[in-house]
Design a binder for this molecule. Sequence first.
Ligand SMILES: Cc1cc2nc3c(=O)[nH]c(=O)nc-3n(C[C@H](O)[C@H](O)[C@H](O)COP(=O)(O)OP(=O)(O)OC[C@H]3O[C@@H](n4cnc5c(N)ncnc54)[C@H](O)[C@@H]3O)c2cc1C
Length: 97
Amino acid sequence: MNNPLNFSSKGTCVNVGCIPKKLFHVAATFGESREDMVASGWDIDAHAPHSWEKMVKGVRKYIKSLYWGAKKTLKLNHVDYFNKLGRFVDEHTIEVT
Ligand SMILES: Cc1cc2nc3c(=O)[nH]c(=O)nc-3n(C[C@H](O)[C@H](O)[C@H](O)COP(=O)(O)OP(=O)(O)OC[C@H]3O[C@@H](n4cnc5c(N)ncnc54)[C@H](O)[C@@H]3O)c2cc1C
């Protein structure tokens, strides 16, 4: 059986936690900042439309880049990575299925 959550390496923070949350949050604050920018003298369109699809695509692309970075680091350090469900068989042995 594969990893049931189908997470790649890097765990919760990178895949569905801190990193995507922060990127979505920053995207939202950019939108909210526009009116303050206009009030501060910036010549921008405070009502320009936002593309949800483009934002999600950008977040996924960034997470993918972290995933490949992690894979490379594991490889460089001769660490075997299995995207599988693990189970301790004894203190020194993990079985992956
Ligand atoms: C929405 C959200 C936002 C968050 N924001 C922040 C934040 O801003 N700042 C912050 O500090 N923390 C944040 N967190 C918390 C942070 O993500 C976790 O504290 C952190 O990821 C925990 O790291 P970990 O290595 O202990 O576990 P994880 O990152 O969860 O890693 C465990 C990994 O092991 C895998 N795994 C589990 N059991 C098995 C098994 N039997 N076999 C194989 N693989 C297995 C899981 O699939 C997972 O990939 C957030 C969490 C969420 C959900």
